[in-house]
Design a protein around this ligand. Sequence first.
Ligand SMILES: *[C@@H]1O[C@H](CO)[C@@H](O)[C@H](O)[C@H]1NC(C)=O
Ligand SMILES: *[C@@H]1O[C@H](CO)[C@@H](O)[C@H](O)[C@H]1NC(C)=O
Ligand SMILES: *[C@@H]1O[C@H](CO)[C@@H](O)[C@H](O)[C@H]1NC(C)=O
Ligand SMILES: *[C@@H]1O[C@H](CO)[C@@H](O)[C@H](O)[C@H]1NC(C)=O
Ligand SMILES: *[C@@H]1O[C@H](CO)[C@@H](O)[C@H](O)[C@H]1NC(C)=O
Ligand SMILES: *[C@@H]1O[C@H](CO)[C@@H](O)[C@H](O)[C@H]1NC(C)=O
Length: 262
Amino acid sequence: MKMVNILAGNRIVRSLQLLLCCLLCEAGDETLTLQEVEGTTITLHTGITGIQSDAQILWIYGPEKAEEKILNSQVFKGETVTETSERFKERLQLDRISGALTIRNISRNDSGVYLFQVLTGRFSSRTFSVRVYAPVSAPVIINQRGKRSVSSTEPCFLLCTVENGENVNLSWYRENERISITNNTDLSVPLNLPLQIHHDNNTNTYICVSANPVSYKTSSLNTTQLCYHIPEKAEELTYADVNIKAHTAERDKEEENSRNGC
Ligand SMILES: *[C@@H]1O[C@H](CO)[C@@H](O)[C@H](O)[C@H]1NC(C)=O
Ligand SMILES: *[C@@H]1O[C@H](CO)[C@@H](O)[C@H](O)[C@H]1NC(C)=O
Ligand SMILES: *[C@@H]1O[C@H](CO)[C@@H](O)[C@H](O)[C@H]1NC(C)=O
Ligand SMILES: *[C@@H]1O[C@H](CO)[C@@H](O)[C@H](O)[C@H]1NC(C)=O
Ligand SMILES: *[C@@H]1O[C@H](CO)[C@@H](O)[C@H](O)[C@H]1NC(C)=O
Ligand SMILES: *[C@@H]1O[C@H](CO)[C@@H](O)[C@H](O)[C@H]1NC(C)=O
């Protein structure tokens, strides 16, 4: 599968490849999940075969419920007449034997409910719920305070951030265990998830993961780059340095005092 750059919520679609999550809902709630890249094609399989050659076949679509005829195929005096809606234009193709509907170049706008009906002969119908998602963006880890290194007693304040989208979760994992997760239905703001790391945990592996129902992306925390805990030894040096300065200051003060005749 090719990786993708898409700016969700933005008309500028750099590489127009969407992933499709297709849920097939019928008697028994059988669910079929498909992942597709936009520009290619999906087929909604009805699970039946041998539809009468003169049967009328309908496909009905709607973003929330099926209400708009998008394909109507009938036979008049031996001639098959198939009409498709303006919305799908040339993108639909029907297999009259199984009733399967092929949709080319699927986009997020084609998400919704698809209802299949055979009206003549043995009546049949099937309902499909199709969700099309853009692949999730990659998370980015930053140090919230811009301090790459801290003393061994201070924590590092890190932040994982990702562009929000439909059904996106953002999580932190320590070793292979999820330690926090967030999501937000307001898609206009990025998802943010903070993490504090203490010295004693600096050797653990931290991974930030963004996920939606059809894809996930990860970013590993490089502690050398973003959260370096200065070892004890370096700290002692700093402390000694401060002591020397303090002594010097005291001596200066004494000298000053003696000059003042105290
Ligand atoms: C696929 O659809 C998009 C709009 O959703 C359009 O810009 C693009 O030209 C189409 N590609 C093909 C190959 O038809
Ligand atoms: C999806 O629909 C919206 C609003 O109807 C439209 O602005 C947008 O261009 C459409 N996108 C595609 C890829 O067809
Ligand atoms: C968002 O998180 C809540 C609880 O944290 C969870 O119940 C819900 O399923 C999540 N939504 C999505 C789209 O993953
Ligand atoms: C360090 O990590 C362990 C698990 O590896 C965790 O139980 C503990 O709370 C962490 N301590 C701090 C100070 O973050
Ligand atoms: C997001 O998190 C919720 C709650 O843990 C979970 O039910 C859902 O499946 C997650 N969604 C994704 C896309 O990982
Ligand atoms: C972490 O960052 C440092 C400094 O930029 C780099 O030298 C090192 O290769 C990185 N480690 C990993 C595992 O990417």
